[in-house]
Design a protein around this ligand. Sequence first.
Ligand code: HDE
Length: 696
Amino acid sequence: MSNLKPQHAETSPADLIGSGGELHQVSGGSHPQMTTNQGVVIADDENSLRANPRGPTLLEDVSLLEKLQHFNHERIPERVVHARGAAAHGYFELTDSLAEFSKAKVLTEVGVRTPLFTRFSTVAGNAGSADTARDVRGFAVKLYTSEGNWDLVGNNIPVFFIQDAIKFPDLIHAAKQEPDRGFPQAQTAHDTFWDWASLTPESTHMLMWIMSDRTIPRSFRMMEGFGVHSFRLINHAGASTYVKFHWRPALGSQAVVWDEALKISGGDPDFHRRDLWDSIEQGAFPKWELGVQLFDEAFADSFDFDILDSTKLIPEELVPLRVIGHMVLDRNPDNYFSETEQVAFCTTHVIPGIDFTNDPLLQGRNQSYLDTQLSRLGGPNFAQLPINAPRCPMRNFQRDGHMQMGTPKGRVSYSPSSLSPTTERQDPVNGFVSFPAQESGDKMRVRSETFADHYSQARQFFFSQTEPEQNHIVSAFIFELSKVETEAVRTMMLSRLVNVDEMLAKRIAEGLGHDAPLVAAPTKFAARTDLATSPMLSMLAKFKPTLEGRKVGCLVADGTDAVQVTALEAAAKAVGANFAVIAPKVGGAKSSDGGKIRADFQLAGGPSVLFDTVVLALSKEGAAMLAREAAAVAFVHDAFAHLKVIGHTDGAKYLMEKAGVVPDAGVVRLAKPEAFLAAASKGRIWDREPSVRSVF
Ligand code: HDE
């Protein structure tokens, strides 16, 4: 008999009632016996052993000691960065072979599905912080290939803050909570971050990206991923080709707006992880294409920037993406700790056919990830944990250490040896061989002059954005710098931005009320170039007009027309959207025909920020009743201010007036569901933005 049956299915409330000392025996199901860690069956898991009913607890109570001891050690150190994450299992399927460039089977065997585990994360926040903090998102993929694990440990932004790994601890110390006070949590909007950033010109390009809507994604499913560094592909002949990896979401790129992000942090701090979990449970499996930018030494030499510099990208207009396969996430973890928390990504995990370049950031990362697992996972045997172990054979003479889980046999644990005819041997032909890159020159602590231009690509990024996206960058700088208490830091940052564009700096200064004249920060590299814009850098340009994977929130009250709601729900689901009903009571509302409309959310727990588009399916009386509820007025007001398409009945008008809704192309009368859904699939009403907030 299956023991997977939900317990509550056969549990009556009477079964659950228990008071001091009474054993809770829940009937139903077929349950195995509970045991101690030594396998001894436990008779009573609810009362400790006492000298008498009101007497002292005895040290002899082995199950109490064991249970508390284990509990006391349940936590491991959270990741020093990327502490908050969510992950899922899935596979990568190759559709276009790269055999000409790489010998890695995962990149040459078309149609083969390679299992993988992908973890998304924020960077600065602690494990308990909110999902929608403005932050870079980690996008780490562990592919269990037949030739060993390949970890592509990327981000949702294709460039990084620094050029040399030696600066990483400074960046992170500046961004995380300030050390004396322990706050602010999960944000860069504070003095230490902007102090560091304003004094670190190489961060300028990345600052433009983190102030863009890339750092407030709508969903993990709607963001791109990037390997960031230039890597090498190595083919069977040993020839090297440079490569940059890109993950491109099937649902298109999309962000929330900043005020929404702030409110979602309160409304649902688990917004992104819930979205990932729910979509997989519903069978709407998140999908990304894997694209590569391939280029050779000749391109690298002709490119305006150094391909080893992680603060630069190669525009897709110069080296187009070649889509070679896709990743699908189709299974949620069974256990968050065992899998999502214990997964250990390391940039060092590469396989034959993929190799490193001299990017100084990548070289530093190769030390950092292996090392951090020792303190996080407690010892060098983390590769034996099921989530980390390769799915192909793993054998060597590394032995012992904390939590050794295997039992290696025999007397030989070294190489070379003649004593054992069966122990493992190195394989010079099929094993991993590093690309024999030639090196010469003087050993020195220096930054290459080819890394010196910090502004041209920052400028290119800004001017490649659409107007609303540029406006959001300006607003984000204003927001962040307005939280900086030290005026000199704000001034320094503005000076830095003059080097990107004077008008950009002026707009931010105006929004801050900073009246002093703006002076360009001194820079070693004066020759900022006006590069051609790269429309592929705009997220809005990559928006897909679809409601697939999006959420429709339908506000109802007593008197709502149930037939209309049912028709709308069917139409929304037919285009792949989720549909949720929000009512004043979670038990539902009375429909106009005397029936009941079920609800998914109670009004206060279902703010409009949780939905992509909203419907006000209200009778006149229902709207009048809701107009007295602050949460209902805020629901409508926010939907309008967040530039959402609002569908409404005629009856809803009073509530809309109360909420300050001004009719425009995104305020749609609910005649036919299809017409409303078609309007909503186009996304936000950007033209509305200047009427709902100041755009500097
Ligand atoms: Fe990381 N980074 N990083 N990083 N990073 C970590 O490793 C580090 C960098 C990235 O879901 C840590 O296991 C250094 C770039 C992701 O488990 C740590 C430098 C990129 C994750 C570490 C960088 C990343 C990490 C913390 C500069 C994008 C989460 C816990 C040289 C290409 C992986 C851990 C997961 C995690 C170090 C810069 C992405 C401390 C020293 C650039 C997605 O080892």
